[in-house]
Design a protein around this ligand. Structure first.
Ligand code: ATP
Ligand code: LTN
Length: 334
């Protein structure tokens, strides 16, 4: 049986938070133990520039996210980590796909509709094209599975439509990738509003816990997290705030939600939150210690990113050559 390929990425914007960790990175780390797969993780800076970025901050964030990937447990000997803009094939294929995708497919994208509503006149064409670039990211490498949070489901469906359209016109060229995630942690919600997802772009900092937050900030935000009426600690749609805290607790402790419900039967919200805060401080300080060591070794990080880039280009350049051949972007048959 041939090996499966997993591909995923995160934008180097804002601060990575518990949602990014539980919904994405933690699953990537678990996948490493499967010897029958190849793993590629990208820092998607071309996606980041769909909204204005400060060049110095963007440069810093690229390194920060790479260091956080490793600090969270990705093993550079086992996986490839690279920066999207360092492989020009992503943007190249995005142009080709954007010439094939009907406007109507893109106009249905809910993330675009939400974000463009907020940005109004400032909305860039790049933001509109964002899901096409995302499709290229993993289709260049024939990815089988894309481990991302639930918010990306529609983008994966669009990628499948693009792949099928290309394959129908030009013959089998692209694999159709599937989304991969774990139900309970596929959508971590804001600690202040359990009906909206924890997000880098949330303007209220008390709804989010970032991976690099101080002990004080972690404790304060857990203490301030909204709870539901009643006093039982149970995982139920009627109790979205407590269900969210249980999902976070379970995600970091490895204890199942039903075990946690038993453990906290009859315990009040305050004591439950104290335990959760302690757990998060411990787990995040481990990540933070590793992060500090990596970010202070720039040559080590550069070596990993150089290797990742070279590996990525060695695969994607073959796919680009095939695509060019199929669609006639060449002087003669190769
Ligand atoms: P923004 O909310 O500003 O668009 P983001 O926090 O979603 O940014 P991304 O870089 O777009 O950050 O997401 C990186 C990964 O983290 C994706 O796989 C995404 O699905 C996942 N993710 C983001 N937020 C959550 C969340 N609240 N719960 C679970 N997974 C999440
Ligand atoms: N749109 C994704 C980030 C992203 C991505 C990808 C994820 C860009 N390209 C390729 C997986 C595979 C998001 O999480 N906002």
């Amino acid at each position: 049986m041939s090996k499966l390929t997993y591909f995923s990425g995160i934008q180097p914007t804002g601060n990575l938070h518990l949602g990014n960790y539980l919904g994405a990175i933690k699953q990537w780390v678990q996948m490493q133990s499967d010897p029958d797969c190849d793993l590629l993780f990208c820092i998607v800076d071309l996606h980041a520039i769909t909204v204005p970025q400060d060049p110095e901050i963007l440069r810093r964030k690229n390194r920060q996210v790479a260091a956080l990937y490793i600090a969270c447990g990705l093993d550079p000997k086992r996986v490839k980590i690279f920066i999207q803009s360092e492989n020009p094939d992503h943007a190249y294929l995005a142009w080709i796909f954007s010439c094939m995708v009907p406007m109507g497919w893109m106009e249905r994208m809910t993330q675009y509709k939400d974000k463009s509503k907020k940005q109004g006149e400032r909305t860039s064409v790049g933001l509109f094209n964002y899901p096409i670039l995302m499709a290229c990211d993993f289709m260049l490498y024939d990815a089988d599975l894309v481990p991302v949070g639930d918010d990306q489901k529609q983008h994966l469906e669009l990628a499948a439509d693009i792949g099928e359209k290309f394959n129908n016109i030009y013959g089998e060229t692209f694999k159709i990738a599937k989304i991969y995630n774990q139900k309970e942690t596929s959508r971590i919600m804001s600690l202040q509003n359990p009906s909206s997802k924890m997000s880098k772009s949330d303007i209220d900092p008390s709804g989010t816990i970032n991976l690099l937050d101080s002990t004080d900030a972690i404790e304060k935000n857990v203490r301030r997290a909204v709870t539901d009426s009643g006093k039982d600690i149970i995982y139920s749609p009627q109790k979205p705030a407590i269900a969210n805290l249980l999902a976070i607790y379970s995600g970091f402790s490895g204890i199942s939600i039903s075990e946690l419900e038993k453990k906290y039967k009859g315990v009040n919200y305050g004591d439950f939150k104290n335990d959760l805060a302690k757990l998060l401080v411990k787990e995040l300080s481990d990540i933070q210690d590793k992060y500090q060591k990596i970010i202070n070794k720039p040559e080590y990080l550069d070596r990993i990113l150089d290797e990742g880039r070279d590996f990525a280009i060695s695969i994607s350049s073959k796919k680009i050559a095939l695509v060019k051949e199929k669609i006639g972007l060449s002087r003669s048959h190769s």
